[in-house]
Design a protein around this ligand. Structure first.
Ligand code: SF4
Length: 304
């Protein structure tokens, strides 16, 4: 069992930056169920951005469809709500076009490991420079509790009331098999831990993949807050844990039942996608700066 991350240092830092934090506050009503892990994730994300001194103009938030995607208007700034399962190509395109922008993609386990699993594979291989927050609540909550690829075997769900028959997918086992450069896991009930992990992900100069083990109070009653607290283990508290050792990370990521490892499990930066593009290596401008501006007012008038 692990302890909640001591938030006192973070709170002191944040108190000095209250105004910076408030810039991310949206006036939209929060619509998640009571106790949903999405509240914590959003709070941690805003804290991480604040502590990294990022302003509204520095960040693009890309959201997939799902309960996490309903956060697209709950954070103030540049946000895009994309198609189901397609948040990674959307975010990758933005990150490649404008490397001066921090791009953050958010998606749930339903979108990521069904419609979007192909995009995840290529985003990791290509090491696109963006932060990916994968909310894993082990079901598709927005479509009222259908099984996802991470739902545990035998668990009754809406749409499979006699229990899921397929084997569950362990997200980080898949991610770590693809030669990633940054892999972390955190928990929606520990805002301090999420904040620190998100901050580390924001510093990574490639594809930072972060799995949030997330509570779904409405459709996943088998793994509530306490279930996680009894099992979480921070890698930073493990003796001799070497986050540059891929095999150690793969071994420790396996267990999702008895001892669930959280923290930065693996980190080994390499030349990212943009840095590897030979035709771009001597170019000082970004693609968005090179776009020719065209007058589209005539076309737009045809939609009136
Ligand atoms: Fe959150 Fe689950 Fe409710 Fe969706 S269904 S808002 S994930 S608690």
């Amino acid at each position: 069992m692990t302890q909640k991350t001591n938030p006192s240092q973070l709170i002191t830092l944040l108190a000095k930056k209250a105004k910076d934090y408030q810039q991310f506050e949206s006036e939209e009503k929060l619509t998640w169920c009571s106790g949903c892990g999405d509240y914590g994730v959003h709070s941690a994300l805003k804290r991480a951005l604040t502590l990294e001194n990022l302003g509204l103009q520095d960040v693009l938030h890309c959201f997939d469809v799902g309960c996490s995607g309903n956060g697209s208007d709950k954070i103030h700034g540049y946000t895009v709500h994309g198609l189901h399962g397609r948040v990674l190509p959307l975010a990758a395109g933005a990150a490649l076009a404008n490397p001066n922008m921090k791009v953050i993609a958010s998606a749930g386990d339903g979108a990521t490991f069904s419609e979007g699993v192909n995009h995840l594979i290529h985003a990791i291989r290509s090491d696109y420079p963006l932060l990916f927050i994968m909310h894993n609540n082990e079901n598709s909550g927005l479509t009222i509790g259908q099984a996802s690829a991470t739902t545990r075997k035998g668990r009754p769900m809406n749409g499979s009331p006699d229990g899921v028959t397929a084997e569950p997918l362990n997200p980080l086992e898949l991610v770590l098999s693809l030669k990633p450069t940054f892999v972390a896991r955190t928990f929606s009930g520990d805002i301090g831990h999420m904040t620190e992990v998100f901050r580390k992900g924001l510093h990574h100069n490639g594809f930072a993949c972060i799995e949030v083990m997330q509570v779904c109070t409405t459709y996943n009653k088998a793994t509530p807050q306490n279930w996680y607290w009894d099992r979480l283990k921070k890698v930073e508290e493990m003796k001799n844990y070497d986050k540059t050792d891929l095999w150690q990370a793969r071994k420790i990521a396996e267990d999702l039942d008895k001892q669930i490892a959280i923290g930065v499990l693996y980190e080994k930066p390499r030349q990212n996608f943009i840095e590897g593009l030979v035709p771009r290596q001597k170019v000082k401008t970004s693609l968005v700066e090179e776009v020719r501006h065209s007058d589209v007012s005539e076309i737009m008038r045809t939609f009136d």
